[in-house]
Design a protein around this ligand. Sequence first.
Ligand code: NAD
Length: 422
Amino acid sequence: MQISVIGIGYVGMVTGACLADLGHSIFFVGRDQKKLNKIKTGKSPIFEPQLDNLLERNKNRIKTTADLSDAVKKTELTFICVGTPSQSDGSVDLQQVKEVTRTIGNSLGSDNKYHIIIVKSTVLPGTTEKLVIPILEKESKKKSFLDFGIASNPEFLKEGSAVYDFFHTDRIVIGVNDQKTREILVQLYQPLSAPIYSTTIRTSEMIKYTSNAFLATKISFANEIGNLCKKMGIDSYDVFEGVGLDTRINTHFFRSGIGFGGSCLPKDIKALIAHGRALGIDPQILNAVIATNDEQPMKMIDLIKQHMDINGRNIGILGLAFKPDTDDIRESRAIPIIKALLKEKANVIAFDPVAMKNFQSLFPGIRYANKAQDVLNASAAVLIVTEWKEFENLDFRGKTVIDGRRNLKAQMTASIYEGVCW
Ligand code: NAD
């Protein structure tokens, strides 16, 4: 199939590259010409394991353009993968979705084939029906489900293993109203041999929010139990292992630490809370999930202060990305931790294998090390913030380590070691 992918961020790049690998022709649509040129050379503008390999080996099926209208006219399917960030009150900023939808609609007006628009961006239930479809119909002067198809197809990838996740997904969710769109999407995803759950557009949108709300709840719950365990001298990891053997609970995502970050969980939970409030429901569990998550990184500051006065001391940070194997720093736990250290007048020296460039634009004033060992050499104490594999090989002898991510080597070798929930 001929497919346009709008947005060359984490979701757009992975979706486009993986679909190209399944044999489809992809038009990546972006606004940044430098990034588009990079894709043309077989290189991804974002870091994600295996992505460069896919772009390189499917170069002949990949085109790039800044002209969205042209891409829509030359293709049969268009994936909307633009950002849906939070506004200051937690609600979703739909500006990017509106903007691309207007252009797509306009382009559909002079397109004679049956084009399908697929909303992959995370949007609240009702957004596709109440916002996207009316804009498309107005701009194109055509009728949805008759002249063009529309679907919701939420994304469940995990940054850091997104390419693997695409090819080994637990399920594909499609929200559709018409048979033709359903058949084409089923055909598109058939090679993945994952269960395809077909439902209404609204339900599909809600499945995405519910999944993220549940995952975030599981993490904050684990952190609350972890905080109790720490006070009682119990290792919360052993507790979760024992509890997770119950198949109703399972061990996945059942870990304590310094909380969740990233571009999805915090923003999606806040969006669901804001939406609930607008509907007259204040979701108590979700409020607590966010409150626990906001407090959790500060445990590292409390712990280090129990061992030293950090004013004027060199404090090392290992890991700046919100999780390993990504350069994404959105809502990384490193951000509130470093802010708190700076407030306490500590000198921060940090290292991350791939996320330092992104972090530098946010914190230009702190020191960045060339390698993890340099952080150890230069610091009075080290905080482990992201669980990068390479940190598991460090020798922490003689060091004070506060561990937010359960680094066993640090636990075994550090002179003074504190885990946040163990
Ligand atoms: P991102 O910020 O990395 O990428 C969005 C891209 O859209 C950017 O490159 C931006 O320049 C581009 N864009 C915006 N307006 C455009 C326009 N008019 N024309 C062309 N390009 C335009 O965001 P992301 O992390 O890829 O997330 C995209 C969506 O997918 C969001 O709704 C997010 O909630 C959802 N999602 C993200 C993840 C994830 O792990 N990152 C997982 C599941 C769902």
